[in-house]
Design a protein. Structure first.
Length: 109
C-alpha cells in the first residue's frame, strides 16, 4: 500500500490525523478539521466531510486505545448520534485501515 511508509510512524492521534488527511485529499473528499480550543469543540468530530454527495464524520482516537469508542466524551457521543440520525455516516477509529474501509464503503453506496 502507498501509505505503508507513513503508517510505520503513526504513534499518536496527531500522526494518525496527518495520514488520514492526506488519504482524504487523495480520495477526492471535501473535509474540514475544526480547530479545538482548550475546552474542545463541544463534541464536533475531528473531521467532517463529504464524498460523492454523502456527509461523513470521523472521530480519531489514539492508536494505543484498544476500543476507541470507549474514549468518547459525552458531548462527542451526542453529536455523532445526531449526525447518524440526520443520515450522515459516522466512524470512530484508531487505525488508518478502518478509515480506508469506511471511505471505500461510502464510495460503494
Amino acid at each position: 500500500m502507498v501509505y505503508d511508509k507513513f503508517l510505520s510512524h503513526v504513534k499518536d492521534e496527531r500522526d494518525l490525523q496527518k495520514v488520514v488527511f492526506e488519504f482524504l485529499r487523495k480520495a477526492g473528499a471535501w473535509f474540514y478539521h475544526p480547530r479545538e480550543t482548550r475546552k474542545g469543540s463541544d463534541g464536533i468530530p475531528d473531521i467532517v466531510g463529504c464524498l460523492n454527495g454523502k456527509f461523513f464524520a470521523i472521530e480519531l482516537k489514539s492508536p494505543s486505545y484498544k476500543d476507541p469508542a470507549k474514549h468518547l466524551r459525552s458531548e462527542q457521543r451526542k453529536v455523532l448520534e445526531l449526525i447518524k440520525k440526520a443520515g450522515g455516516f459516522v466512524l470512530v477509529a484508531n487505525r488508518f485501515e478502518d478509515v480506508v474501509e469506511f471511505i471505500n464503503l461510502i464510495r460503494r453506496i
